[in-house]
Design a protein around this ligand. Structure first.
Ligand code: DC
Length: 200
């Protein structure tokens, strides 16, 4: 069985998806991590994330493994490295490219084969698993999402002003929602959940 949880940054997808997967005994799939690893490997190789052909080559070549909460790229633990502001920014740039998305979609479907899975991202219920039996779409206001991101970043040693994070989140929303391929949007058969007032 496949459960999809989509929504913008900071809407609570990871918390909800991890919690639900643990309760159901399902596997949890963080699809944003795949985009983040692609962006991280671009930066590491000195590839401009805006260079579509080069980003696609990196996307086709990534070797990602999940082990509990840890994410490995070519055998190296990159869990912290893929959450830096630079990688976050580059991930939303490479995510605009159709061929990058196709490479990511293929991996996501491979990871789900024969599994009970709770998967979270932007396009899980609309594009990658349109036939999923249960779909959720999470929303929350931008300021609350920025505050959540600020707390998360503080635990990782990054300190950024709330106003700046709010602007970044809105920019990222716009990029994710306006892109022509697999834009961020709720599937017509998704259950919409407003999480602004909910706690983790
Ligand atoms: O959920 P996240 O912040 O880790 O996602 C990182 C970036 O990847 C974000 O800009 C949106 C993009 N993404 C996407 O386009 N489709 C997905 N299924 C997951 C993430």
């Amino acid at each position: 069985m496949i459960v999809t949880i989509d929504g913008p940054a900071g809407s609570g997808k990871s918390t909800a998806a991890k919690g639900l997967a643990a309760r159901l005994g399902f596997r949890f799939l963080d699809t944003g991590a795949l985009y983040r690893v692609t962006a991280y490997e671009c930066l590491r190789a000195g590839v401009d994330a805006n260079d579509e052909a080069a980003a696609v080559r990196v996307a086709d070549a990534i070797d990602v493994r999940f082990d509990g909460d840890r994410v490995f790229s070519a055998g190296t633990d990159v869990t912290a490295e893929i959450r830096t502001p630079a990688v976050t920014e580059a991930a939303s740039v490479v995510a605009r490219f159709a061929d990058v998305r196709q490479a990511m979609d293929r991996r996501q479907r491979e990871l789900a084969v024969g599994q009970n899975i709770v998967t979270e991202g932007r396009d899980q219920g609309t594009v990658v698993f349109p036939g999923a039996q249960c779909k959720f779409f999470l929303v929350a206001d931008a300021k609350e999402r920025a505050a959540r991101r600020q707390r998360e970043m503080q635990t990782q040693g990054h300190s950024i002003a709330l106003d700046e994070l709010t602007v970044q989140i809105k920019d990222r929303d716009r990029r994710d929602a306006d892109r022509p391929v697999a834009p961020l949007k709720a599937a017509t058969d998704a259950i919409n959940v407003e999480t602004s007032r909910l706690k983790a």
